[in-house]
Design a protein around this ligand. Structure first.
Ligand SMILES: Cc1ncc(COP(=O)(O)O)c(CN[C@@H]2CONC2=O)c1O
Length: 499
């Protein structure tokens, strides 16, 4: 049998000669290898428990409900949507409401006006496909938002609306990974969208380590070490990904640090991927204010005009929290026109991002302003969500730092805490026997004992020999005492069990 046929049969024929079809051996091995811990084993087990809790008597478990702290999904944990946003969403989704005699009683005048403007911009129905790069009017509003935020020009043609930041990140990574020796620099710990997508597109993750003891600081010396190591391995390093504010670390970068990062990309000719989905989740704005990489790059002058920057944003985070609606954008800075045409071509294969996701992007970047009918209510709702997130971040970090053998950096931003846990040797041995990472054993036992679902630090990668877990601080404030008590009690019992 010719070698090529034998090689092909290795994937398509079982030992007994039957076609393998969709089998783990025959499908794309990049699909088999990629991992996404945020919805991995812990989340799957949590869903099993959630179903059992509803089907069996709650007495079957020492808890009555699952608390999903594995995912930054605010509205799953009771956060209310912004009224103005939902009024515009309702009116654009069912335009007949605009004709109702009750409309003026049910909806604010500026919501009615915005809905009419958006419906005109999308040709009358949210059921129609839109422009593949996103509705032009909304891209213009995104550009205005960026100009007002940064003080530098932004071009709507450099902006691509997406079904959340995730597909935007994946489009850019897919475009960058031209062959199997391409390296993409990613922070450790990192949000596993990056490692999963790099694996899916058969690239190579090039880790640079954040310094936990310096509140998860990012050092340019570490960037230089990382890229030198990668080059020694023969990798063709093409891009540097920075998540700011960080996930899972919550760290906010200083302008000085950002300037050094931009200069590093300039010297190494790396595309800078700036994931800024948590840009309004900044809880220490005086000490650690958010600055965009677009602003820092453009403030460094024309010498840096050759730096290629792609900045990502999303409606899933901030005070918006509209995760399920799927909306976001990325802005290309310094990217060649013919490359943007390729990005458009690939974006057009999926036809368009969801119309309601695009509408929510418009509302996020162009909310009610002072003097608008909805402004007071809008500002009150946003401020209330922000202050609550800030309080919960501080409270949970303090609670984690009270636990024996746990140290937790404060959340300067984002929605997560990433405490380091010291695990007894017997727990590490038990994990080895169970074929689990030690922090995964801890998280699984926490879930089975308390119903609290968090993600093991191993799912975000971490410095060798350290163990962490990531928890959101999203449980409602009136549940915080119970939530903290559950974790604290479990933690002490765990240490006793494995002492
Ligand atoms: C840093 C970062 N970038 C991009 C995304 C993707 O967001 P959207 O696709 O929804 O716009 C997330 C989502 N955060 C995940 C989801 O919840 N918990 C997490 O860690 C994120 O944390």
């Amino acid at each position: 049998m010719p070698l090529a046929v034998a090689r092909r049969n290795r994937y398509t024929m079982n030992a007994d000669g039957a076609s393998k079809g969709l089998s783990l051996a025959s499908i794309n091995q990049a699909v088999v290898k990629c991992e996404y811990a945020v919805r991995g084993a812990l989340a799957i087990r949590a869903e099993e428990l959630r179903e059992e809790l509803t089907s069996k008597a709650p007495a079957a478990y020492p808890f009555q409900r699952i608390v999903s702290c594995n995912i930054g999904n605010p509205q799953q944990l009771g956060q209310q949507p912004i009224t103005f946003f939902r009024q515009v969403a309702a009116l654009t989704e069912y335009p007949d409401l605009l004709k109702s005699e009750h409309a003026a009683k049910l909806f604010a005048p500026d919501a009615i006006a915005r809905a009419k403007t958006l419906l005109a911009a999308i040709g009358g129905s949210t059921g129609a496909y839109t422009h593949s790069q996103g509705i032009p009017l909304i891209r213009q509003n995104v550009a205005k938002f960026i100009e007002e935020r940064d003080g530098f020009p932004a071009d709507p043609n450099d902006i691509f609306l997406t079904a959340g930041a995730s597909p935007g990140v994946q489009l850019i990574l897919q475009t960058l990974i031209a062959h199997e020796d391409v390296g993409i620099m990613i922070p450790v710990p990192q949000y596993p969208l990056y490692t999963a997508s790099i694996a899916l597109f058969r690239g190579n993750a090039v880790p640079y380590f954040l310094h936990e003891e310096e509140t998860w600081g990012l050092s340019v010396d570490e960037l230089a070490r990382s890229v030198a190591d990668a080059k020694k391995k023969g990798l063709d390093v093409r891009a540097l990904c920075v998540i700011n504010p960080g996930n899972p670390t919550g760290a906010c970068l200083s302008v000085e640090n950002m300037r050094k990062i931009v200069d590093f990309c300039h010297r190494e000719k790396l595309v800078l991927l700036a994931d800024e989905v948590y840009q309004t989740n900044s809880y220490m704005p005086k000490e650690f204010p958010f600055n965009s990489f677009k602003k820092v790059l453009k403030s460094m002058g024309p010498e840096y005009d050759s730096v290629e920057l792609v900045s990502f944003h999303s409606i899933s985070k901030g005070m918006v929290g509209e995760c399920g609606r799927r909306g976001g954008y990325f802005e290309c800075t310094g990217v060649a026109e013919d490359v943007k045409e390729m990005l458009y071509k690939v974006a057009s294969i999926s036809l368009c991002p969801p119309a309601q996701g695009q509408i929510m992007v418009d509302l996020m970047v162009n909310p009610p302003r002072a003097g608008d009918a909805s402004y007071e209510q809008y500002k009150s709702e946003v401020d209330s969500i922000y202050e609550s997130l800030k309080r919960r971040a501080e409270r949970l970090a303090a609670a984690f730092n009270k636990l024996e053998g746990v140290s937790c950096q404060p959340a300067q931003g984002s929605m997560y805490l990433f405490p380091q846990i010291t695990l007894p040797p017997r727990a590490i041995e038990a994990a080895r026997v169970a074929k689990l990472e030690p922090d995964a054993l801890y998280c699984m036992e926490l879930l089975n004992a308390t119903g609290v679902c968090v993600v093991p630090g191993s799912g975000f990668h971490q410095k060798k020999g350290t163990w962490h877990f990531r928890s959101t601080f999203l449980p409602p404030e009136n549940d915080m005492d119970d939530f903290i008590q559950r974790i604290s009690t479990f933690h002490q019992q765990f240490l006793t069990r494995y002492s």
